[in-house]
Write a protein that binds this ligand. Structure first.
Ligand code: SF4
Length: 164
């Protein structure tokens, strides 16, 4: 199955802080999670994508949070720089790739203002989470693409098995 994966989860240094969120190498993941992830990588056609880099943002870049999660969307850095447009471009580019390649499922980094699928930071830069989605995850889901995050690898594997 074709599977879009947030580049940072694959170990690419595209995070805002210049690092990555590698599942395979990350200390916070158990051996069985890493094994499961490697199985998923080996059994599927992987498309690595970072919406924020695609949207034109540099790495490293200032941390940003969603201040308005509904139209008109607003994404600001901690220094109050408006980065909404690159976030929206990144979301559009992510959807375009999925539509062009027929990708129906994605594994995306949790809590990100682009990739988060269940919770995001609340816009106050105080480490507080609220229910919500990043702009790319939201656009993909609105277009019927099913999203899992890195804590949902078992659910992702089941989904792939059922839908392959
Ligand atoms: S935009 Fe997504 S893929 Fe890019 S660094 Fe943030 S969480 Fe990772």
């Amino acid at each position: 199955m074709k599977l879009l994966i947030s580049s940072c989860l694959l170990g690419e240094d595209v995070r805002y802080d210049g690092g990555n969120s590698s599942i395979a190498m990350g200390a916070k993941f158990t051996f069985s999670q890493k094994e499961l992830f490697m199985d998923i990588l080996c059994d599927n056609e992987i498309y690595s994508f970072c919406p924020e880099v695609s949207g034109g943002l540099s790495t490293p870049r200032p941390a940003a949070e969603i201040v308005s999660a509904n139209k008109p969307f607003k994404v600001l850095t901690k220094e109050q720089e408006d980065v909404t447009i690159p976030f929206l471009i990144g979301a559009k580019n992510t959807l375009d790739l999925c539509l062009k390649e027929g990708i129906k499922v994605a594994l995306m980094k949790s809590k990100s203002p682009s990739c988060g699928n269940i919770k995001i930071y609340d816009g106050s830069f105080s480490d507080s989470l609220v229910d919500g989605q990043g702009l790319s995850a939201k656009l993909l889901e609105e277009n019927g693409i099913v999203i899992f995050n890195e804590t949902q690898l078992s659910e992702l594997k089941k989904f792939i098995k059922t839908n392959s």
